[in-house]
Design a protein around this ligand. Structure first.
Ligand code: HEM
Length: 103
């Protein structure tokens, strides 16, 4: 959908972000659906990988924190966030450095 007609509260408008030079800030999304429809429990494990948490954090802020006031992600009218976790996976360079430091 072209930007000039895309609603400001659409998921794509809020999760699609750029840096100060207009370059797109990217994450790798690896979502997994889960569910027990008989119990009425269905959802998505939202899983994302990024080289820095600040990119994911900015997306979450725009989706959930109503910036500007009143503007939150329309996806939240249909789904509810229950929990979340952040994991740090060291790069190969960091692991090599630790290994070298350990002698
Ligand atoms: C219930 C949870 C979520 C659902 C069902 C969902 C669903 C979707 C869908 C359907 C798309 C469009 C995919 C396409 O056009 O190929 C999308 C795009 C995207 N989502 Fe989500 N999403 C969820 C949560 C999140 C969260 C928590 C984040 C960030 C922390 C996120 C970040 C993104 C990004 C960056 C895009 C691409 C935007 C673009 O390029 O315009 N999503 N999502």
């Amino acid at each position: 959908m072209p930007d000039d007609i895309k609603p400001a509260n659409s998921h794509s408008a809020l999760a699609g972000i750029e840096d100060e030079n207009g370059a797109e800030l990217k994450i790798v999304r690896d979502n997994m659906p889960f569910g027990n429809p008989a119990k009425g429990e269905v959802g998505t494990f939202f899983i994302a990988y990024a080289s820095t948490f600040s990119t994911t954090q900015k997306m979450l802020q725009r989706m959930f924190i109503e910036d500007p006031p009143g503007n939150y992600d329309r996806i939240l009218d249909f789904s509810k966030a229950y929990t979340g976790s952040l994991f740090f996976a060291p790069s190969l360079d960091i692991l090599k450095q630790y290994s070298a430091d350990a002698g």
